[in-house]
Design a protein. Structure first.
Length: 231
């Protein structure tokens, strides 16, 4: 059995009510729920939350909220792994167990069913413990630098300063959309990352981190552009 967990607590600080804020006419969490349901992969699509308003919207969008998130895991200090573990424990109490779990973030409007399917296929075909979507850094991180409060820069990796950019090894970062996991491996490692993690590569147009109001505006613009290109 396969479970989709969408973690959506109510206490967002930087963007109030971030997980249910309107994104081009719909609560942003609705995109994650719709993507999970449309994939046809899951035996259950659930939202983990302590918030009544989020619970109601999640149910309207077709997700289940079978139990509330604990106060401890609704704090600023709770990790994604903490939430996943709690959800699995609660289902276990109900006598329900899942072989695989996919944690889908609630602010991932770019998520596509085909990517969820691709991630699950990689997880099973390559016998990975976990799989996550990633995106390539747009500029070589070997050329990165820090800047002091006096606007002076210091290169992080000065040994690469004279190297051609095409000779530098590409680096990637988490796309912040979803994580596939084999339940047994997750419960053993208590992490969505380990030494047996696979990745699927997304384009920059499929990815947008949303932490500020400016990020939100960029995400809406990018989403509309993608939709226009799709016809």
């Amino acid at each position: 059995m396969k479970l989709a967990i969408i973690p959506a607590r109510g206490g967002s600080k930087r963007i109030p009510k971030k997980n249910i804020k309107d994104f081009l006419g719909k609560p942003i969490i609705s995109y994650s729920i719709a993507g999970a349901l449309a994939s046809g992969l899951f035996d259950e699509v659930m939202v983990s939350t302590e918030d009544e308003e989020i619970s109601a919207i999640a149910a309207q969008c077709g997700a289940k909220v079978p139990f509330k998130r604990s106060t401890a895991n609704a704090s600023d200090f709770a990790t994604t792994a903490d939430v996943i573990e709690e959800v699995l424990e609660e289902y276990n109490k109900l006598g329900i167990n899942f072989e695989t779990v996919c944690c889908i973030y609630p602010t991932a409007p770019f998520i596509m069913p085909k990517r969820l399917i691709e991630g699950y296929k990689l997880l099973m075909d390559r016998d990975y413990d976990t799989v996550a979507p990633v995106v390539k850094f747009s500029f070589p991180i070997q050329r990165s630098f820090i800047m002091t409060d006096k606007s002076q820069i210091a290169f992080s990796f000065p040994e690469y300063l004279q190297k051609r950019s095409q000779d530098l090894i590409p680096h990637y970062h988490d796309a912040g959309q979803f994580y596939w996991m084999k339940t047994a491996a997750f419960l053993k490692n208590k992490s969505v990352w380990n030494n047996n993690t696979g990745a699927i590569l997304l384009s920059p147009m499929e990815v947008q981190d949303i932490d500020t109001e400016e990020d939100w505006e960029v995400a809406e613009f990018k989403y509309q552009l993608n939709r226009a290109k799709a016809g």
